[in-house]
Write a protein that binds this ligand. Structure first.
Ligand code: SAM
Length: 189
C-alpha cells in the first residue's frame, strides 16, 4: 500500500472490522517487551501498544519514508517516547540480531516483494523464544469481504514462515476477519 492510503489505515471502521483492542490483548505483551511493528504504516498498532511496554519499546518499521515521517510526527504530538521509527528495506527490517521479543505484522506479509528474505531477517532479529504474530485476512472464509490477493490461508502462512526457521505455535480465529497466527523462534537457534 502506498503512503497515499495512510488515511485509510486510520479509518474508524477498523474497530468493527478488525477489533484492534482484542487483537492487542491477545498478543499478551509484557511491560519490558521490545515489539517490532513491521510494516507499521501510520503506526496504528505501534501507538496502541506503546503504553503496554513502559519499560520496553516499539520499533515501528516501514520502507516508506512518508509513513515514517507520519510516525515521527505523531510520536512528538502524543509524547510516545518509546516508539522509534525504523527505516527498513524490501528485504530487511534493519533490526539488530536477537533484539526483539515480539514481531508483529498486521496486513503486511502478503505485500512483501521479498518474503523469504524478510522472514529470514525477522527470525534473526528475534530473541531465542521470541514470537512472531502474523495477522492476515482469512483466505479460507469467503464471507470476509476482501480481495483474494489481500488474503492468506493458514496453510500457506505456516509453510512459508516455518521455512524461515520459526515454529508455528497456534492460530487464534477470535478476530472478525483475520487469522492471528503465532510463531516462535526455537531457543536453540
Ligand atoms: C496495508 S499497510 C498496513 C500498515 C499497518 N500494519 C496497519 O495495520 O495499519 C502495509 C505497510 O507495509 C509496508 N511494507 C511493505 N513492504 C515492507 C517491507 N518489506 N518492510 C517493511 N514494511 C513494508 C508498506 O509500506 C505499508 O505501510
Amino acid at each position: 500500500m502506498g503512503h497515499l492510503g495512510a488515511g485509510w489505515l486510520e479509518r474508524p471502521e477498523r474497530e468493527a472490522e478488525e477489533n484492534p483492542t482484542a487483537l492487542i490483548r491477545l498478543l499478551e505483551v509484557k511491560p519490558t517487551d521490545v515489539v517490532a511493528d513491521i510494516g507499521a504504516g501510520t503506526g496504528y498498532f505501534s501507538f496502541r501498544i506503546a503504553p503496554l511496554v513502559p519499560r520496553g519499546k516499539v520499533l515501528a518499521v516501514d520502507i516508506q519514508p512518508e509513513m515514517l515521517a507520519a510516525i515521527r510526527d505523531k510520536r512528538k504530538r502524543v509524547g510516545a517516547a518509546n516508539v522509534e521509527a525504523v527505516q527498513g528495506r524490501v528485504d530487511d527490517p534493519a533490526l539488530a540480531a536477537a533484539s526483539v521479543d515480539l514481531a508483529l505484522m498486521v496486513d503486511v506479509y502478503h505485500e512483501f516483494s521479498q518474503p523469504c528474505e524478510m522472514l529470514r531477517a525477522i527470525a534473526k532479529a528475534l530473541k531465542p523464544g521470541g514470537r512472531l504474530a502474523l495477522v492476515e485476512y482469512r483466505a479460507e472464509d469467503s464471507k470476509v469481504p476482501i480481495k483474494p490477493l489481500h488474503k492468506m490461508s493458514q496453510a500457506q502462512a505456516v509453510r512459508e514462515v516455518e521455512a524461515a526457521g520459526l515454529r508455528w505455535q497456534r492460530t487464534l480465529d477470535d478476530l472478525p476477519w483475520q487469522h492471528l497466527m503465532f510463531f516462535v523462534k526455537p531457543a536453540s537457534q
